[in-house]
Ligand binder design. Structure first.
Ligand SMILES: NC(=O)c1ccc[n+]([C@@H]2O[C@H](COP(=O)([O-])OP(=O)(O)OC[C@H]3O[C@@H](n4cnc5c(N)ncnc54)[C@H](OP(=O)(O)O)[C@@H]3O)[C@@H](O)[C@H]2O)c1
Length: 250
């Protein structure tokens, strides 16, 4: 039987690693991207017949609404697309905040609210939300990012519990640092040199741990053993001080 996945933000980073994983496992893919050049280049790299690219700016409710009409209910929905909105309080414009919030929170909810009831009707399907470790620990000068990622984490965890006793699951993935385009795109390139090597998880590891957790129906997963262990100590003052020092934004 054909398995169909819908993946947002496939053109680079974690999304591209997810697309590769799904290709290797024979999934048919609906892939979403806003940037035509990056989408075409990624598609070329995937070199796979069973994928269809949908062009959509996921910060736009109108475009998301039209996208939803083009796509039939997937067996797996991965809400991955995101940006690294950052800046001290007052630095982001209301428009920046609205776009980031729609992209990584409200739009994700709209996407899931559309497809999840249909998965429930079939009593089959999985949803994966790529949140961030920033949902669990303060992120000074990235407070909007942390807020959005916490919000979507809370939504996904609640849904997972709501779906108990069904064959449908929602799993929220909370990655730490992953080497992708996100830091350069959001003006945080200095972090790629400042963050020590041991704090980086590979995109492939994020995908492997997330898929494993999703297949088990888990509500959430922190990819990478080190982050999982460290997260136990996130509430300690010393952990917050070390985290703040390592993560300092300019
Ligand atoms: N890298 C990390 O350290 C890290 C850590 C924790 C969580 N995350 C999360 O992981 C997810 C993937 O990020 P990444 O690190 O893989 O970054 P990335 O390499 O920059 O990829 C981001 C993806 O999101 C898509 N995207 C961005 N804005 C979009 C929009 N308005 N409409 C449609 N697509 C859009 C991009 O597509 P286009 O090319 O079409 O713009 C791209 O495919 C994000 O949700 C991010 O918050 C990343």
């Amino acid at each position: 039987m054909i398995k169909k996945a819908l993946l947002t933000g496939f053109s680079s980073g974690i999304g591209f690693a997810y697309a590769k994983h799904l290709v290797n496992n024979g999934w048919h893919l609906d892939l979403v991207s806003q940037n035509k050049d990056r989408a075409l280049s990624a598609l070329d790299d995937l070199d796979y017949d069973h994928c269809f690219v949908h062009s959509c700016n996921l910060s736009s409710s109108e475009e998301l609404h039209n996208l939803i009409k083009e796509i039939s209910t997937p067996d797996l929905l991965i809400a991955n697309a995101g940006i690294g909105i950052n800046g001290s309080v007052g630095k982001n414009t209301p428009r920046d905040i609205q776009d980031a919030t729609y992209l990584m929170f409200e739009g994700v909810i709209n996407l899931i609210e559309h497809f999840l009831p249909k998965m429930k009707e079939k009593d089959s399907g999985r949803v994966v939300i790529i949140s961030s470790i920033g949902a669990l620990i303060p992120m000074p000068k990235s407070s909007i990012y942390a807020a959005v990622k916490s919000g979507i984490y809370s939504y996904g965890r609640s849904l997972n519990e709501e779906l108990e006793n069904t064959n449908v699951s929602v799993t929220v993935s909370l990655p730490g640092y992953v080497r992708t385009n996100i830091h350069k795109r959001s003006g945080l390139e200095h972090l790629t040199k400042k963050i020590p090597n041991w704090m980086w998880v590979s995109a492939d590891k994020v995908v492997a741990d997330t898929e494993k957790a999703s297949k088990k129906g888990k509500s959430h997963i922190i990819p990478g053993f080190l982050y999982r262990i460290t997260s136990i100590f996130f509430d300690l003052k010393i952990t917050k001080i070390i985290w703040k020092t390592l993560n300092a934004r300019k």
